[in-house]
Design a protein around this ligand. Structure first.
Ligand code: COI
Length: 356
């Protein structure tokens, strides 16, 4: 159990327009910080005013990308209370990430306690408008000043919060996806399953390429054969083909998304066939030609459920469901967001209450 000290600001920032939040633009009044020192462990948990902090220019995070992060949201329910969606899954994923990255991780219960504490402190920042939430960004950085490549002796765990609207400027409208067959995101034995900044930095070259071609995001193929679909830059990806829903298996090269996991659980509960077998991109394109590619959608904490309206692979373009959101995509979106925002009962036991 953390002993969190509070140093609260009296200079509160004005709140942004809730109907025009965008994603990751505004930040709240406070942040949570916990230090970690080799031989001592986690210490000095505190909630302090949100502000730039100083870091030694030789801090290892700045040179060797020794960092990891998480993303989750706090939701305001119709009666005004505030709740989280499966925060223990983010805590466990950070433990798995940090093990691979040689970073220290908080135990699940301390991570959840820290998230609840900062959200409760910032409760006035959890927006009310339809489709908005408070995005919570925990991260761990290696702070020791040292230029030799080895593990760091000091780290910080920090949480910042940002009131957000839709991740894509297109909102719930279908996004256009470019299938990347030149660059590679992840290989077996690498860091593909982790939420480390380096994975995202290395993906940008493809995102720029996709943007230049008029596409919003990249769909990555497996790194060995460039044959099987894996994930989109900021979300996992699902394909409904002839009644069965396919998504890439989490076997080390795909991020185990909390929204991905929740969609699979809902589909199984609804009796809809789900396959986590590897799916060749050629089968997706063929299914499109055969009229059997019924729906494609991405899932993620930031992106929620994002329908995909178009896929481009080499010289082939698959148009999905006439650019409309599919029926199953809609059902998943309504159910998931209904539970998250407290509009429908949480019969999956996914919600953690923060405060009234
Ligand atoms: C999330 O969905 O929370 C993410 O971390 C994706 C992205 C914004 C990096």
């Amino acid at each position: 159990m953390l002993n969190i000290k509070y140093e609260l600001t009296t200079e509160k920032k004005p709140k942004p327009d809730e109907n025009n939040l965008g994603f990751g633009i505004h930040y709240t009044d406070h942040m949570l910080v916990i230090d970690h020192t080799e031989g001592i462990g986690w210490h000095d948990a505190r909630i302090v005013p949100y502000a730039p902090f100083s870091i030694d220019p030789a801090a290892m995070v700045l040179h060797y990308a020794m960092e990891s992060f998480e993303g989750l949201k706090a939701y305001r329910t119709p009666n005004g209370s505030i709740q989280l969606f499966r925060p223990e899954k983010n805590a466990q994923r950070m433990i798995n990430t940090n093990k691979r990255m040689c970073l220290p991780a908080l135990p699940v219960e301390d991570f959840v306690q820290a998230v609840k504490a900062i959200v409760e402190t910032e409760k006035d920042w959890v927006p009310h408008a339809e489709g908005t939430s408070l995005y919570i960004r925990p991260f761990v950085i290696a702070t020791e000043p040292h230029l030799g490549v080895r593990t760091s002796k000091t780290h910080q765990f920090i949480i910042i919060c940002s009131p957000v609207g839709a991740y894509y400027s297109t909102g719930i409208n279908p996004v256009k996806i470019f299938v990347e067959d030149e660059y590679t995101r992840a290989c077996p034995g690498g860091t593909g399953f982790t939420k480390c900044g380096g994975n995202y930095a290395a993906s940008l070259v493809s995102q720029v390429k996709a943007h230049d071609l008029g596409y919003e995001q990249t769909l990555w193929l497996d790194g060995v054969e460039h044959k099987y679909v894996e994930e989109v830059g900021s979300m996992n990806c699902f394909f409904k083909i002839d009644g069965t829903v396919y998504t890439a298996p989490c076997v080390g090269t795909v991020l185990p998304g909390v929204t991905r996991m929740s969609c699979i659980e809902l589909l199984q509960k609804w009796g809809i066939p789900v396959s986590e077998n590897r799916l060749p991109i050629a089968d997706v394109i063929q299914a499109s030609k055969d009229g059997k590619l019924e729906e494609v959608f991405g899932t993620g904490t930031a992106a929620v459920i994002s329908p995909v309206g178009e896929l481009r692979y080499e010289n082939e373009v698959a148009h999905i469901n006439n650019g409309e959101i599919g029926e199953l995509t809609h059902r998943l979106y309504d159910t998931l967001t209904g539970i998250q925002w407290g509009r429908i009962p949480d019969d999956m036991d996914w919600i953690t209450k923060v405060c009234d």
